[in-house]
Ligand binder design. Sequence first.
Ligand SMILES: Nc1ncnc2c1ncn2[C@@H]1O[C@H](COP(=O)(O)OP(=O)(O)OP(=O)(O)O)[C@@H](O)[C@H]1O
Length: 390
Amino acid sequence: MAEHTDDATSATGRSSREAVAPASGHGPTGLTAEVRLRRGDFTLDMACRVRPGEVLAVLGPNGAGKSTLLTALTGSVRPERGRVSLDGRTWLDTERRIDVPTHRRGVGLLAQRAVLFPHLTALDNVAFGLRTAGVRRRPARRAALEWLRRTDTGELSDRRPAELSGGQAQRVALARALAADPELLLLDEPLSALDVATAPAMRGLLRRVLGEQRSPCVLVTHDVLDAVVLADRVVVLDRGGVVEQGRTRRVLARPRTAFTARIAGLNLVNGSAAGDSVETPRGGVVHGGVVEPAGRGEPAAAVFPPTAVAVHREVPEGSPRNAIPVRLVGMEPRGDAIRLRGETDPSEPETALAADVTPAAVAELGLRVGDEVFFAVKATEVAIHPVSDG
Ligand SMILES: Nc1ncnc2c1ncn2[C@@H]1O[C@H](COP(=O)(O)OP(=O)(O)OP(=O)(O)O)[C@@H](O)[C@H]1O
């Protein structure tokens, strides 16, 4: 996935460094969008930029404007003011009265539930888009079969949607969206309708195929794990505006709004994959259960909830625990518990981890901010995920 800076998304403002890029003709520049769109009492007013091959996750509470942003990008609703361009081609410019219709925007959309033609086989569903783009029947079917293989549904090519599970149908819908070689890929809660047994495999598949994509991708999700695994950058919307944005890891590690803090309630230890563990750049190792295998040395994260962490003064012995040395940098009440924040690397505050412990445990250990302690977590509580570089 692409390299980028932190601040490629900003609240709308003409003085912003993120003014819409001029049509350059110097190769792909990705998506640039600046929209103001009113729906009833609600106004979406934001700007974002997504580079070629980059995945931008859009997070935010219900009603924040995530779906409204997608309608502005697809062209199904026209913003009252705005500009949208893709690789320097203008899709929308309200000042210049340009508004390219949806069907000419080259958008591939994967929705919550697969929308497939019920009377067509999986193969014909995927080939359909290619046929309408003028590809002849046989090459279209060949390409469609290849896309089904890439989404692990090659053996389902003759089935109709009614004969597919939700997860299988979603894979076919992904194949269809990608087969059309979209200029912009939009994923609208692509995993939220899948059950807990199916979602991880689909998330892994998305990670693989998005890693190979050159078009920019906007991913709307409620699940912070989707952002961690799939996105290079995140933008957090609230009441129609951008409240946080930046590289995924940084935004989640240093949340600046209550919403982000709530959704970011997962510990992440980033490093590189080594079988059923993650090796950190400073030589630490965290063991866990592999959710999706990653090649040795690939970027990976060990993920665990603060409630799974126990705090010790000394390294706990004789149990299958990870013991991560930390310096306590924060202590605050959280419901019935106390949330401790522990810094693992003073030069990188974003590596801080959280532990939810009882007030009794804090009193018993006599914990104070500044103490050097160990955060212990059982390997069975840790999930190892391959992650984006974000
Ligand atoms: N057609 C419409 N007419 C009037 N208001 C609308 C319309 N569509 C959406 N809204 C309002 O716009 C606001 C943003 O809605 P939107 O669906 O974009 O939020 P969201 O972030 O996608 O929420 P969710 O996570 O619940 O899907 C909401 O207050 C919603 O009520």
